[in-house]
Design a protein. Structure first.
Length: 242
């Protein structure tokens, strides 16, 4: 089992009140929490915060659209979107209804349902089963049909539970980088790192203004950071003079 946490199905479920807070408070506190769906449980090790109209990197920066409608709904909703014409990615809605913000679940460790996850991600190593947002969605069986699910509803098929306190005696060496999001409840012993979000271009990719990716130090399931690729515009080809 990875250092700094372990799966405990007896932990309480996350509530509406947990999600009904600023996204920069919710995001780091999701680290170490577990998410269950369709026979697989993943312990979250990496997330990214997106703050709606205050964030040029957010899908909801310019207001609601049919695609982002869920982001403007109740906190605790699941926003699942299709990207690059091939991948699903899953987010948890935060804040107040009508004010869109959400946390992208970037990566995690499969802590229950390994045979199911291995079938869905055939050929992947156990470390890579949910290492990256698209892989995480596949491992958990999340796709368009799950968009809009209320994860805090009693009968929800997606269940999030609080992190289990680490059995380690104290915090690992190293600082909490970036702006402090407040107390990180529900676990201890892990070191949270912050940095720029993956694959976000333009102003939203500014590492100084938006160090809004949070991950647990030392976790093998954390995805590799890649800055957004800058497309070079090729000059027009001039035909030779006759």
């Amino acid at each position: 089992m990875a250092m700094g946490g372990y799966h405990d199905p007896t932990q309480p479920r996350l509530t509406r009140a947990f999600f009904a807070r600023p996204v920069l408070q919710v995001a780091p506190e999701l680290l170490g929490c577990t998410l269950f769906h369709a026979g697989v449980t993943v312990r979250l090790t990496e997330v990214e915060a997106y703050d709606g109209s205050n964030d040029p990197g957010s899908h909801a920066f310019k207001g609601p659209t049919p695609r982002t409608r869920v982001m403007f709904g109740e906190p605790g909703g699941l926003y699942v979107y299709f990207t690059y014409g091939m991948h699903w990615c899953a987010n948890l809605v935060c804040g107040s209804p009508g004010v869109a913000s959400a946390v992208l679940m970037r990566a995690g460790e499969v802590v229950a349902g390994l045979p199911v996850a291995r079938t869905r991600r055939a050929g992947a190593s156990d470390r890579d089963l949910a290492r990256g947002p698209a892989r995480l969605a596949v491992a958990l069986g999340l796709a368009g049909a799950q968009n809009g699910i209320d994860t805090v509803a009693v009968d929800s098929s997606v269940v999030l539970r609080a992190a289990t306190p680490s059995p380690l005696p104290g915090p690992l060496p190293g600082p909490l980088l970036g702006p402090s999001p407040g107390p990180l409840s529900g676990w201890s012993g892990d070191v949270v790192r912050t940095g720029p979000r993956v694959g976000v271009g333009g102003p939203g990719g500014d590492a100084v203004a938006y160090p809004w990716r949070f991950w647990l130090q030392g976790e093998a399931s954390v995805s590799a950071y890649r800055p957004v690729a800058v497309r070079r515009v090729k000059p027009p080809v001039r035909s030779a003079d006759p």
